[in-house]
Design a binder for this molecule. Structure first.
Ligand code: HEC
Length: 209
């Protein structure tokens, strides 16, 4: 499994530290908080001091870290409820923007790294984990292929809404998802998420060709 090492994903990276010889059963045993903290601190030691707060997991990531992403069902329910409450739908009710802009945002891997010049606009880096338009040959496979996504869902308004919520806060749908919480964590703006949703659903978008 590969992963991109943006700070928002540090929680997810914990799954790479499985104790040698541990079985699937023991992986669900809660990990001691001190071990998690020590590990997180070691992964981000070169970041400037003002960035160190970025590795402080919020309540949701702390729970996922503690159980190596396999939280007990009651905890998963709590996470999904907490993250669902964070999802803000656009006030104008429009969930789709410009697919051409969305295509660029999906391809842009920059943003929220401490080496970025100030004011850098972050992208979604979707191709790091998903296949999207069929012509793009370079993509990761941690997430499912999204090629033909809008066509497959026949532009069902509920599917569009679900995709918006997924991109806004992935953990509102999968408690310990590896996918970043783009809207909830302020990585992407509302307008950028609308453009991404258009890229997924617009019949003119190459995703659906
Ligand atoms: C670090 C990896 C990663 C990145 C980056 C990522 N995703 Fe995902 N995504 C996943 C994984 C893993 C799943 C499936 C499991 C889950 O939901 O957690 C998923 C699921 C989805 C789904 C639901 C698919 C379905 O089953 O219907 C959508 C839609 C989606 N991603 C869109 C996006 C978009 C758009 C971007 C870029 C803004 C993006 N993802 C970036 C990992 C990622």
């Amino acid at each position: 499994m590969t992963n991109i090492a943006t700070p928002i994903l540090l929680g997810a990276l914990l799954c790479l530290t499985a104790i040698p010889g541990a079985t699937a059963q023991t992986a669900k045993k809660p990990i001691d908080d001190a071990i998690v903290e020590k590990y997180l601190a070691s992964t981000f030691s070169k970041a400037p001091p003002e960035w160190q707060s970025r590795i402080k997991p919020d309540e949701t990531l702390a729970a996922c870290n503690k159980f190596r992403n396999e939280v007990p069902p009651a905890e998963a329910e709590k996470i999904v409820a907490r993250e669902t409450a964070k999802v803000k739908f656009p006030a104008d009710g429009k969930l789709m923007g410009d697919w051409k802009s969305g295509a660029k945002i999906a391809n842009e891997g920059r943003g929220n790294q401490f080496s970025d010049p100030p004011g850098t606009t972050a992208g979604g880096n979707c191709y790091a984990c998903h296949q999207m338009e069929a012509a793009e040959l370079s993509y990761g496979t941690l997430g499912p292929s999204l090629t033909g996504y809008g066509k497959a869902w026949k532009n069902d308004p509920e599917a569009i809404k679900r995709a918006y919520a997924k991109v806004y806060d992935s953990q509102s749908q999968v408690a310990c998802s590896n996918m970043p919480r783009f809207g909830a964590n302020g990585v992407l703006t509302e307008a950028q998420i609308k453009d991404i949703i258009a890229f997924l659903f617009d019949p003119q978008s190459p995703v659906n060709k």
